[in-house]
Design a protein around this ligand. Structure first.
Ligand SMILES: [Zn+2]
Length: 459
């Protein structure tokens, strides 16, 4: 099906011969975006009579930009938002407070929670998301399929992560043993989902990546074996690293290494590896990330809510590190608005480095091209250019939130004003949000189902 998205103000990234170079954005007033099936055909100021769309979406007065890319999440965590017992806890206390409530999670609860998290992302202009799903309670029917089904039903592109926790309280770590799995079980199931669901084709809607939880929940051997397995299937690897000083102390005491050294000593570096957080990394470590082309998923709200610290993103970008943006799980962020997260990134870096250090353009780069680079998909996602995926977010510039601002600079308005709900979203050429409403599910019914599930899990 062919679409004409007409008369919008369209944001495009200028191509650069250096795939790691800073991105230059161009705002094109009164342009049309032509979509042929699942790809962008053209971005043009004029329409040729040869172009016959099946449908037209009028984007007059709207900002049309590449769909946003979320590079770190735990979709299941919408079951644990704003729990009074851990609202004010730091990471380790927060995790140990959450684990008991996670024991009763089953396939259905996981699927509803994932749908809610995905819906929230999509309504903020997100078209591709990562998900690290590491919760596989012993004896439950939980499988990665719940996440894949949720994404398929809502129509969002996903990198579904088969996560894992193998070291529990019995071995001096944090998680109750019932929430951990034996290492051979983890690897067997990881290979099963890779074989069955990992689609390496260009513009694939569904990929499976391997995402062990963290240095404090996985052995070095499992890190190594996981990497080997992912590489055998052309999948990516992702984990949490250097999130808190507690984690740094744990790694120093247990392994005699800093967290980044620990995962790198298991071979975890390279363009197919990305690390969430990297709050506590020093100059040498930033250099290591850059020279090994290891990417970082920056999650500002989560770092602020858990009091983890301010990651040196400005220094990472100066050093040439690939950085994407993530909302992180809804339990540590309590929300999943990716455009609002771009604003948080800007605010947090300015707290550390000053007002001129991080611009609205930098924030949009993190949320689009940065994410596409992290996912090794910079030639198919993160821009509106011929041959790219027809993943498009459309924001109405006539809302009260943008009044007075978009006149000067729509991109800055998008990031620096209070982020509203998106108007329309295309993923892979399909209209999945129209006039601020999901087209495939009833939003209020979905919210009610999650409320019911949360009451059951925490009664
Ligand atoms: Zn996380």
């Amino acid at each position: 099906m062919n679409w004409l998205i007409s008369h919008g103000t369209v944001l495009v990234a200028q191509p650069s011969p250096d795939p790691r170079a800073p991105v230059t954005w161009q705002t094109l007033p009164d342009h049309h975006v032509l979509v042929r099936d699942n790809q962008i055909e053209a971005v043009t100021p004029t329409l040729s009579s040869n172009w016959q769309p099946d449908e037209t979406l009028d984007a007059t007065g709207c900002f049309v930009l590449p769909g946003l890319i979320n590079t770190h999440h735990h979709l299941f965590q919408s079951i644990s938002r704003c729990l009074p017992a851990v609202q004010n806890a730091s990471l380790f206390a927060w995790l140990t407070g959450l684990y008991p409530g996670w024991r009763a999670v089953d396939f259905q609860a996981l699927k509803i929670a994932a749908q809610v998290s995905l819906a929230e992302l999509m309504l903020s202009g997100c078209t591709t998301t990562n998900d690290m799903m590491y919760l596989f309670p012993r004896g439950s029917d939980v499988r990665l399929e719940a996440v894949l089904e949720a994404a398929d039903e809502l129509g969002i592109r996903i990198h579904a992560g088969r996560g894992s926790m193998a070291i529990g309280q019995r071995h001096g770590s944090l998680a109750p043993d019932e929430l951990t799995e034996e290492e051979p079980v983890i690897l067997r199931d990881a290979e099963r989902v890779l074989r069955r669901f990992h689609n390496r084709a260009r513009l694939a809607m569904q990929r499976v990546d391997l995402m062990p939880c963290a240095p404090f929940s996985i052995s070095r051997e499992l890190f190594r074996d996981t990497l080997q397995l992912a590489r055998a299937y052309g999948a990516l690897c992702h984990t949490h690293v250097a999130e808190t000083l507690d984690e740094e102390r744990y790694c120093r005491n247990r392994f005699g290494l800093r967290p980044l050294d620990y995962v790198m000593s298991a071979g975890w570096h390279g363009p197919d590896v990305s690390l969430a957080h990297c709050v506590h990394v020093n100059t040498d470590e930033i250099h290591q990330l850059a020279t090994t082309h290891t990417a970082v998923a920056h999650c500002p709200s989560s770092n602020m809510i858990l009091g983890s610290g301010i990651p040196p993103v400005v220094e990472m970008l100066r050093a040439g590190v690939t950085v994407g943006l993530g909302v992180d799980g809804s339990a540590s962020n309590h929300g999943g608005h990716l455009l609002a997260e771009a604003r948080q990134a800007l605010l947090l870096q300015r707290v550390r480095y000053g007002a001129g250090s991080f611009t609205a353009q930098d924030a949009i780069t993190l949320a689009t091209v940065g994410g596409a680079r992290l996912l090794n998909r910079a030639d198919e996602l993160g821009n509106l250019a011929p041959g790219y995926a027809a993943d498009v977010a459309i924001f109405d510039l006539g809302t009260i939130e943008f009044a007075g601002a978009a006149v000067h600079d729509p991109l800055a308005a998008l990031v620096m004003c209070h982020a509203p709900r998106v108007r329309d979203v295309f993923v892979n050429g399909r209209l999945v949000v129209r006039n601020g409403q999901l087209t495939r599910v009833d939003e209020r019914a979905l919210a009610a189902r999650l409320n019911e599930t949360v009451r059951r899990l925490y009664r």
